[in-house]
Every structure is written in C-alpha cells, then in structure tokens.
Design a protein around this ligand. Sequence first.
Ligand code: PRX
Length: 666
Amino acid sequence: MTSTEETLSNLLKEDRRFEPPKELAAEANLKEEAYARADSDREAFWAEQAERLHWDTKWDQVLDWSNPPFAKWFVGGTLNAAYNCLDRHVEAGLGDRVALHWVGEPEGDSRSVTYAELKDEVCRAANALTALGVEKGDRVAIYMPMILETVVAMLACARIGAPHTVVFGGFSSDALATRVVDCGVKVIITADGGYRRGSASALKPAVDEARAKCQDRDGHIVEKVLVVRRTGQDVDWDGPETGGPDVWWHDVVEQASTEHECEFFDSEHPLYVMYTSGSTGKPKGILHTTGGYLTGAAYTHWAVFDLKPETDVYWCTADVGWVTGHSYLVYGPLANATTGVIYEGTPDTPEKGRWWKIVQDHKVSIFYTAPTAIRSFMKQGHEIPDRYDMSSLRVLGSVGEPINPEAYVWYRHVIGGDRTPVVDTWWQTETGAIMISPLPGVTHGKPGSAMIPIPGVSADVVTEEGESVPNGSGGYLVLTEPWPSMLRTIWGDDDRFRDTYWSKYRKEGWYFAGDGAKKDEDGDLWVLGRVDDVMNVSGHRLSTTEIESALVSHPKVAEAAVVGAKDEDTGQAVVAFVILRDEAGDGGEDIVADLRQHVRKEIGPIATPRQIMIVPELPKTRSGKIMRRLLKDVAENREVGDVTTLADSSVMDLISDGINAGKAED
Ligand code: PRX
C-alpha cells in the first residue's frame, strides 16, 4: 500500500458528523442559497463581492479572460488597498475601534491600536518611504518579526503602490538575497530583531549579509535599509554618515506627517509578490494584484469565518511571512474592519498555555491556526488548555495541510468546547484566498474533509486525461473557473507560470493545483497532499530540489536526494540521502550534524532534515532520474516497492546496507 492509499483508507473510516450550531446558522453571513446564486451567474456574484470595497472609479468589466491564463479582474476600476483597510473605516466613524491587539512575547509587552491610530502610522510610514525615494512600482522587501510595524510597513507600501515582498524572518540571508535579487528590491524594511523562545533573535545581521551577497554575486544594489528598533540589541550600522543605506525607522517615520493623500491605482496594479517553493530549486514569486485579491480576501474572511466585525475578536496565528498572514491577518480582516490579534512569539513561551491565555485575555471568538500546531498541543494533553476560559470562541479554522480526523476532533472538543464548527480551509499562495471550505452556518463538519468549493469557486477532481472522477475515487484537484484573487503570473517568468499551472489541462483551461484529492461517497473533497516534488512541513511548502541544492553546495557532498516522509508532529519531515565526495572519506564524525547545520544556514531552520542518511548510491532510472518513491519507502520504514525501472537494481540493497550500518553506529 502506498502512503496515499493508506491515508485514504484511514480517512474513509471516518464517519463522525457535526451539524452547524443552530444560532450560528440562523444568523449566518452566507446561507445555502449563495451556492446556487453564485453558480447561476458567477461574474455577478463576484461583482457583488467587489462592492465590499471602496472603488474610486468603478470597473466597467468584471473579468477579462480574453488572454488566458492572464486574467484581469474589475477592469478599469481604481482603488487603494490601504485606504480600503483603514481610511474608509475611520471616515465611517469606526476610528476608535481596535484594529489590532498586539501581544509581544515578553509578558506585559503589548499594545492595542485603533483604526485611527493605525491609519496615522501608515500615513507616516508612507511619507517616510516616499522621502527615501520609494516610488509607485518599486519593490520593497519586508523581513520582520511579528510586530505592528510589520503591518504598518505592508500597508504603507500598498498605499504608495510599491509592491512588497515579505520574507519570513526565519529564512536565512541566502534565501533573503535570492528573493531580493529576483524581485529587484530597492529598499528592505527590517528590525534589529524580535523575541522568540524567550530571547532576542537578531534579524539585521542577515540583512547585512544578504545585501552584500546581492551586490557581490549579482551586482544588485539595495538602496536603503529601514530598521525598526524592537529588541535594542547592538547592530552593525552603516548609515548615511558612512555613505551606507541604514536608516532607523524612529528617525524617519515618527517625525513624518500623518497627512497623506493616497493615489487610487488600477485594479490590476501589483500589490505584492510572495515567494513559494515549486518543484525546481528556484522559488516562485507569486504575483497578486490589488482589486481581485482584496475582493477575494475580504469576501472569504467574512464568509468562511462568519465574521461579525462589530463583536468578533479574530486571531490568525500565521506569520506574516506566509500567504495566510497576508490574506487573513492583514488584508482580509482589516478590509472588513475586524478587531484582530497579532502575537510575536512562540506558543510555549513563557509557558505552554500562552496561546490559550491570549484567547482568554482578549476574548478571541474566531481562531485560525494550522494542524501542526494542533497536533503539538494534543501531545501536551487537555489539562493545559482546560485551565483557561475559552468560552468566547465560536468558530475555529485550520489551514496549511490536511488535518487528520483525530486532531480535528480534539480541536473542536478541547479548544472549542464542542460548540464551535471547525472550518478546514484549502487554498494556496497562488489562489490568494480560501477556495474549498465548509461554511460554518451551512455545511456540516466532517473531520478531515475540506468539503466543497465556497460559493463563487469551481473545483473538480479529475483523471490524468481530464475526466471528472466519480464519487468514491481520487485524482488531481483542479480549479475550473478563474477567480478574482488568482495569481496573475510568476514574477518575471510568464512561461513558468503557464507551464506550472496551466499546461497540464491546457485544452480545458483549468488551473492545476499540484494536489491529489478524493471525492467521497457524498461528493465531498478530501485533499491528500502534493503530487509533485514539493513537501509540506508544518504547513509550509519546501521543494525537494531546493534542499538538495543546499546539501550539494556543501564541499563534502557529491549528490543528494531529499524526500518528505510522514511525520507525527510536522505532517511531513525532510529526510535526505547523501553521497559524499571520494576525498571526504566517511565525512568525519560530525558529518550529519554539519550537514544539518549547513541546510539551516542556507535555507533556514524550517528546512533542517530530520534525518540524513549517508549512502553509497542513489536509485536512478536509466535516464538518470532519481526515484524518490523508493527512497520514501525507506524513509517511512516500508518495504521497498517496485525496483524494475532502476538502472541498477542492487542499489537499494546498498542503501539498506548503508542505513543498517548507520543504525549500528547510532
Ligand atoms: O498541499 C496543499 C496544502 O498546502 C498547499 C499550499 O501551500 P501554501 O501555498 O504554502 O499555502 C499554505 C496556506 C494556504 C496546498 O497545495 N494545504 C493547504 N491547506 C490545506 C492543504 N491541504 C489539505 N487541506 C488543507 N486545508
């Protein structure tokens, strides 16, 4: 049995069902009728959703799909994303509503900002960025901890029409440099550091290194580095006095004016680029534009979480370095005038109940997190969450990877007190917003299933040949109609955009998501995970090639193959098979530790292999392609599958021998 089949048969044993709570259903933002309404006239439905926003000039065409796969939504319309997230709420008399309760990791370090205050800060930052020379269309990289200034920086960029690219603060200087060069970044916004696991963790040194690499390796000059003081730790400083680019945030933003007249941009003006892993080593810069993206983020946030902005307190635990942090921490919630929570640190600092204390203190009513986090809490037991009053919660969400039924039920029971629906939301960096999910007031919950596409979205599970599979069968997940928050291209690479997502089902004009899925007997969808060389570790996408390249860049490594192996905590874990160079001998005692450290440095801690196996050979087909399927069998402790297509079938014996020898040494 392959691991996918195994997952499937486990999932299909699941027959627990949870009806929507009656009161929630009665007052639900979206009712059952929305599905049929959206189906009967999809464009009219999306136009209705776009009316949630303020348009300075209204569009004259909802969708231009005359040149697929290059879509234009709300053609001719103009808007400003920051104005939509802030000014219009202040103008509507909501200036005193809290936009964000920020909770720093050190206890007691917190700050709540109202919509009026956030608007003023964003205007100041917009003025400061303009003074630093940032103009409409220039790209700005944001490499920050989870602090309010990060949100301010994103919205300030949006306000002046400078697309931002937020790079996760846990990524290495190399990863940052690659993105800065690919995106042609002019200015980097960063901080001295942030608090994680009880201590200050530096960011500025990685920016200094990245800047040097960009210049030395690619001749790319970053003109300015704007630095927020968060931790107060010492930083190397190369300011204007020494001809350098460094500028303190507090020197330029705090003094700037809160008056800022915003410009309204074309609906298709680029809003941001978010890098994500593909099946080749080079990360893809996913481009999202303004009108369609904001429509998708605002609509789905309102519909899927049944948001009541007057009374709800909403917390999404994702880092802003990922797309979830963009759509469901910043753009969706703020466009909907939500009161949100943003937390800087790790879930177990200073104690294991930190998250639940935040829920209790802020009376969080909607909570959105990832299965990997839920599983780690499950392990600690219910005693910790049981200590807190979480009766304010009314809707729970899950995102990033398939949620196993046990984790779903635990989440609903222990965190949600059996009152709360759980919405298992399937989407991707590329889709910009939730595509497949239950609606909490309409759909009954089935642990492990993301259920059906939300109103406005059209998806199917199809065979290799593009035929819709019958209920009870599996295949490839596709989106069969364009949607407003769809990616517009891969930054600077239209061909790769076309090839990656639109060539598999070119004839049908469908978007290929890269995921396998199954329709159950009721026609509900179960997303099973990636079908390409992409792994999902703790809900984060990593490409096998990216990690292989990092390993091969180590002087002792000749060749490497990486697979994602099933892991109880992180969903999948990185397992690497490495052939050493002859001159490296056995690599020395610390070789495995050295290589793990090397990957951390090259990509970031998230990519660190759980296991590295030093092997004499790798299994390859006659054409030289590594058969990762066989390595996955080894990594998951299964009997190795069919080896007949191997160029040399004794290789697997060599690998097993090598591994067994390794085990003996352990
Ligand atoms: O494989 C799917 C998985 O995560 C991938 C998208 O990853 P990324 O672009 O990093 O975005 C993560 C946050 C949206 C998908 O192709 N995935 C995401 N959500 C789910 C999921 N798999 C199963 N169920 C989900 N709810």
